[in-house]
Design a protein around this ligand. Structure first.
Ligand code: SF4
Length: 482
């Protein structure tokens, strides 16, 4: 039994990566703060959730399991997780399988005792893993996050910040990380700043989270983003920061703006809902649909861009597809009789809205195209005269090696096909994508300090290769258990 079967996956887009949270907050119920912060970050990973806390006596407690945040924790479990500082994690497995051993926070007590939560993907994980094993370091899991934890926990440096600064020179790839020792929470971000990490304040204490939406739910204030290469220490003395590693270049994931992050999060000072609306406006300018009667979104992923498109095009907008928001979480398989209704379990078209009309359908991305193809057919069956697909991102043609699970290149509908070929595959009357320039215009940023490799194939970090797949550790090395 899996949480998401291909049939019931709510969309065939990229899978979210992971979400992390950390707080040093004596006087607060840190386990509960972490629970609700993870609840807000649930969209970043639905396979497992975990919280580690530490009390004044330096006792670390970790509770983690497969499932959603509200499946893993209940009142009783939260009450047992007392303490003054905490780190938490929600996971979708971008490296390693979804086995229990790969849930986080990772706990290790080698030279240092620590609990660690990581979002990203190390591109030299296989090499580091074999180096550490040659030194006799044992592993419980096949996730690259335990490599980070092991490098830190076995490090000879007396203080954890020195260990972090040194380890940041050894690991390559994407890592927005929170690590908790007995008296502090240390957050650090890779020198390219590939994955997000935000700094917040709760009362007179500090916290960090993958996205600022986690602060809103716990009453914390968003201060700023943690800088690429920065190490932030939260402890009794307040906050201390240092930039430990200067990167060759910044390369923040542009797809966070388009798809991953929640629309109510702010990244680099930009509210994502507003950025996505602008993507829709620019898309309307770049790819008008002159004879269309109505704009609809593929809910919820296309909502903001559809509103922007309709606004800029001067077209009415309505809900032509209703989404069942809970379907992805069903454990019951549809069976043969119901399977033929396929996508209706996820989206139900409204013939009274779309019938007899030429419609523009806005979504934020297409990866394999299976869902889009079915949506087009469903809308035609509901009486739509013409279906014009508009996508508020460029065609996805290349896999991500920095912590996002895209399909393989061969599975991507845009791989080796022209836009006309893709439109024919999808069965729509026309298809257009937002240009890369349009994306950067919408976010007010530029290519120099972002990653857009899944669109362009230009990977910003040297040494990025095909060998860094999701199961790299499992295929290169036996599952290491002590
Ligand atoms: S390849 Fe795409 S998804 Fe991966 S970090 Fe770069 S922009 Fe983001």
């Amino acid at each position: 039994m899996t949480l998401d079967t291909p049939e019931l996956d709510p969309r065939d887009g990229p899978r979210d990566e992971c979400g992390v949270f950390g707080a040093y907050a004596p006087g607060h119920d840190v386990a509960r703060l972490t629970y609700f912060a993870l609840y807000a970050l649930q969209h970043r990973g639905q396979e497992s959730a975990g919280i580690a806390t530490c009390d004044r006596g330096g006792h670390v407690m970790t509770l983690r399991d497969r499932g959603l945040v509200n499946q893993v924790f209940d009142e009783q479990k939260l009450r047992t997780l007392g303490g003054e500082l905490a780190v938490g994690h929600v996971r979708y497995s971008t490296t390693g399988s979804d086995a229990w051993e790969n849930t986080q926070p990772v706990y290790r007590s080698d030279r240092h005792q620590l609990a660690l939560a990581h979002n990203g993907n190390l591109i030299n994980a296989v090499e580091l893993h074999s180096e550490l094993r040659e030194q006799g370091v044992k592993f419980q899991s096949t996730s690259d996050s335990e490599i980070l934890a092991a490098l830190l926990a076995t490090h000879p440096a007396e203080n954890i910040e020195d260990a972090v600064a040194d380890v940041m020179h050894r690991v390559h790839g994407a890592y927005s990380t929170v690590v908790m020792t007995k008296d502090r929470v240390v957050a650090f971000r890779d020198p390219a700043g590939l994955r997000p990490l935000a700094l917040g304040m709760i009362g007179d204490r500090y916290c960090v989270a993958s996205e600022s939406c986690a602060f809103d739910i716990i009453g914390a204030t968003y201060l700023r983003d943690v800088l690429p290469g920065e190490v932030v220490t939260l402890d009794e003395r307040g906050i201390r920061t240092q930039v430990a590693v200067e990167g060759e270049r910044e390369a923040f994931c542009v797809f966070e703006y388009i798809y991953f992050a929640r629309p109510d999060s702010r990244m680099n000072g930009t509210l994502l809902q507003a950025a996505r609306g602008r993507m829709g406006e620019i898309l309307a300018r770049e790819a008008p649909a002159p004879d269309a009667d109505l704009v609809i979104a593929v809910p919820d992923s296309g909502n903001a861009a559809a509103r922007g498109y309709a606004r800029a095009a001067g077209l009415p907008q309505d809900d032509g597809l209703i989404k069942n928001r809970y379907v992805a979480r069903t454990f019951i398989q549809p069976g043969q009789e119901l399977r033929k209704h396929g996508l209706r379990m996820k989206f139900n078209p409204l013939p009274e809205i779309v019938g007899g009309k030429s419609i523009v359908v806005v979504d934020d991305s297409i990866v394999r195209g299976n869902t889009t193809r079915q949506i087009v057919q469903m809308l035609r069956d509901a009486g739509a005269l013409e279906v014009h697909m508009r996508i508020s991102a460029p065609p996805i043609k290349h896999p991500c090696h920095y912590g996002v699970d895209m399909s393989t290149r061969e599975e991507m509908i845009a791989h080796g096909r022209s836009v006309e070929d893709i439109a024919a595959e999808l069965g729509c009357d026309s298809l257009a994508y937002l240009s890369l320039g349009g994306v950067y215009e919408a976010i007010g940023g530029s290519r120099e300090n972002h990653c857009d490799a899944c669109f362009t194939g230009e990977y910003p970090l040297s040494g990025t290769g095909e060998a860094n797949g999701k199961f790299a550790l499992e295929s290169e090395l036996p599952l290491a258990r002590v």
